[in-house]
Design a protein around this ligand. Structure first.
Ligand SMILES: Cc1cc2nc3c(=O)[nH]c(=O)nc-3n(C[C@H](O)[C@H](O)[C@H](O)COP(=O)(O)OP(=O)(O)OC[C@H]3O[C@@H](n4cnc5c(N)ncnc54)[C@H](O)[C@@H]3O)c2cc1C
Length: 445
């Protein structure tokens, strides 16, 4: 099945390029600091500490330049790995900053008075502000739920604090005398900060502007089983959204193109019809509930496609789709696309729902069985009524072991559901002999 993910070679090349770029952005400033700065009166320990501070700033700037907002990174690596890297890089930059400060204090404990904000010099004040903002990012990101913070408030504060960290670190580095004397250093810091500011501008102003130029019109709002709603859209005066099954887009009200409050949804429609994308949304909070109130004719903005499309399945013998609840949307796109393209490939869908009445797309899946001659659908119900003759429980190891094809090593898999299910299913598939590169997973968290 053709997808927008391109050839395996092209994908590997783009991955290698992005990884090299990532490494260079971190290592070049670090190498410059250690290699070029002469310790002089400051001593080697101070130079080492500054190198750590520099690496932290590079890492932070890189988080803005290559975050989960960028289709160029999520299309190549998938959203989950990019977000995972983002979180780990955030923790690493905090550790580097702590090490930077601790080494300076150990080298000369009199520097502790630099924390006395009213009397401290400007460069120390800027440094303290940057550290506090970074700690603020860590605390609100790790304990958002415990702090009772709404997602949109967290995101706004995340963005604001990131701006403070970058601006304050910039001022800090520029005011620290050792660096102002070295043009190379200053240029690298400047380049990093400008790149991060440009990335922010692109993500929050230029890209939303471009998205607003290609609006979509609501054609139908259809209620589905399981408390979901399908939003059928139509490109309004343009060619639509060229996407691959498995990709997602961010939806935003047409009247608020620059709003921070956009929401990601996987395309559930066939990739063969870019001009008619559709999304199936389960009501969970304010935005997902409001979707049901949209009416035919309303305008909506669609920013995408993002995320990794299902990889080239033509090389594999068949495809296993594992879905739980509303995690059925990418599998639905895969099956609808395959049906339109007249595919005869074997598909095995293991689909977990609560009860028979809750199964989103139940009737359509049965109908798809007539268009896809080698589709097998297995429903597993976690709260099955007495007398249910089918599978009970969740989609996991036991179900997979029972239904896995003998030649599983030649199949591929797409998993979409809660994190625990994704982890269990990935491990089981690998244990059963499926190569890791043939397993794709997406979660909605
Ligand atoms: C890649 C991806 C694909 C998704 N595909 C689908 C889909 O096909 N169908 C579907 O029903 N849901 C999907 N979701 C989940 C959907 O985005 C959230 O349920 C929705 O954004 C919740 O918004 P709310 O205002 O209604 O709820 P809220 O009460 O504001 O949020 C509920 C929870 O949803 C998450 N969330 C909220 N806003 C966002 C946001 N802007 N970005 C990411 N997470 C957010 C947070 O964890 C939050 O705690 C997907 C999520 C991701 C990350």
């Amino acid at each position: 099945m053709p997808t927008t993910s391109g050839s395996p070679f092209g994908l590997a090349l783009r991955r290698a390029l992005l990884i090299t770029l990532y490494g260079a952005v971190i290592l070049v400033p670090l190498g410059l600091t250690i290699g070029v700065v002469k310790p002089g009166a400051q001593g080697r320990l101070v130079v080492f500490s500054d190198a750590l501070g520099f690496a932290a700033l590079s890492l932070i700037a890189l988080q803005v330049i290559a975050s989960g907002r960028w289709a160029s990174t999520t299309r190549v690596f998938g959203l989950r790995p990019v977000l995972h890297l983002h979180r780990q890089a955030g923790k690493a930059s905090l550790m580097l900053v702590i090490a930077h400060v601790a080494i300076l204090m150990l080298d000369d404990p009199r520097r502790l008075r630099l924390f006395d904000v009213p009397d401290a010099p400007g460069r120390a004040r800027a440094g303290t502000i940057a550290v506090l903002a970074l700690v603020g990012i860590a605390v609100t990101s790790i304990w958002r739920a415990k702090l009772g913070m709404r997602f949109e408030h967290w995101r706004a504060s995340h963005l604001a604090l990131t701006g403070v960290v970058i601006a304050a670190s910039f001022v800090h580095v520029i005011w620290v005398r050792a660096y102002t004397s070295l043009a190379d250093e200053r240029d690298v810091v400047l380049a990093l900060v400008i790149a991060a500011a440009a990335a922010l501008f692109w993500a929050r102003v230029a890209h939303p502007y471009r998205t607003a130029l290609k609006p979509y019109r609501v054609v139908a709002v259809r209620r589905e089983r399981g408390g979901a709603v399908t939003l059928e859209l139509e490109a309004d005066g343009h060619d639509g959204l060229r996407f691959g099954a498995g990709q997602f887009a961010r939806l935003r009200p047409a009247h608020a193109p620059y709003s921070l409050d956009d929401h990601p949804f996987t395309l559930s429609s066939s990739a063969a019809h870019p001009e008619h994308p559709s999304f199936t949304v389960k009501a969970l909070g304010d935005f997902t509930t409001a979707v049901a109130d949209l009416r035919p004719g309303d305008e909506i903005l669609v920013d995408g496609p993002h995320g990794e499309a299902v990889r080239d399945g033509d090389r594999r013998r068949g495809r296993i789709l594992l879905a739980a609840g509303i995690g059925i949307t990418p599998a639905m796109s895969v099956l609808r696309t395959a049906a339109e393209r007249g595919s005869t490939k074997p598909f095995l869908l293991l689909y977990g729902s609560r009860q028979w009445a809750d199964i989103t797309f139940r009737e359509e899946l049965a109908a798809l069985g007539r268009r896809l001659p080698n589709l097998q659908v297995v429903h597993a119900l976690s709260r099955a009524e007495p007398g249910w003759p089918g599978e009970r429980g969740r989609v996991g190891e036991q179900l997979l072991r029972r239904y896995a094809p003998r030649d599983i090593a030649r199949w591929s898999a797409l998993i979409c559901g809660p994190a625990a299910m994704v982890a269990e299913a990935s491990v089981t598939l690998a244990l059963l002999g499926m190569p890791m590169r043939a397993i794709q997973a997406e979660g909605f968290e």
